[in-house]
Design a protein around this ligand. Structure first.
Ligand code: CMP
Length: 153
């Protein structure tokens, strides 16, 4: 089991896509173990995107992320880092495969609807940026988790 951090960015929330986007992850059988609506602080965005500070697009990214509420999610599943990035599509919507979130809903890289962690380490780090320990609820089983465990017996 891996964990990933996913954010529905302000444009996704403003366009009324929360339900549609959450559905993409739930229907795969992934387990949402943390979820909240919040307006990011500058400090949170700096911590989350610290490897991008100083890059030419960072000021636009900071302005975009702090422009309204986001939905922050911690999601658990088998190979969830890779699986969620497949569902989300390439960072630049121009390069995203048809049927992915970014191909379906975005046109430009600076407003690409969602964020998803790029590695197990990033996933764990990013979950800690956005969630306290008492905001993570993992002590229950999804149907797909039960099926996977049954198969492993
Ligand atoms: P995300 O996957 O959240 O990771 C970093 C974000 O920075 C990325 O999605 C884009 O929203 C944004 N980003 C990355 N590269 C660029 C770029 N060259 N121009 C504009 N925005 C970018």
């Amino acid at each position: 089991m891996e964990r990933t951090f996913v954010a529905i960015k302000p444009d996704g929330v403003k366009r009324g896509l929360i339900g549609e986007l959450v559905n993409r992850f739930e229907r795969k059988g992934y387990k949402i173990i943390g979820m909240k609506l919040l307006i990011p602080t500058v400090a949170q965005v700096e911590e989350h995107y610290k490897e991008h500070i100083g890059k030419p697009f960072y000021p636009t990214l900071l302005k975009y992320l702090t422009s309204g509420p986001i939905v922050a999610m911690a999601i658990e599943g088998v190979n969830v880092i890779h699986g969620v990035r497949q569902i989300v599509g390439a960072t630049n919507p121009d390069n995203a495969d048809v049927g992915t979130i970014r191909a379906d809903y975005a046109q430009i890289m600076s407003q690409n609807i969602v964020h998803a962690s790029d590695s197990v380490e990033s996933g764990n780090r990013e979950i800690n940026v956005w969630f306290n320990e008492n905001e993570i609820f993992d002590n229950w089983k999804t149907v797909s988790q039960m099926l996977i465990e049954e198969q492993q017996k």
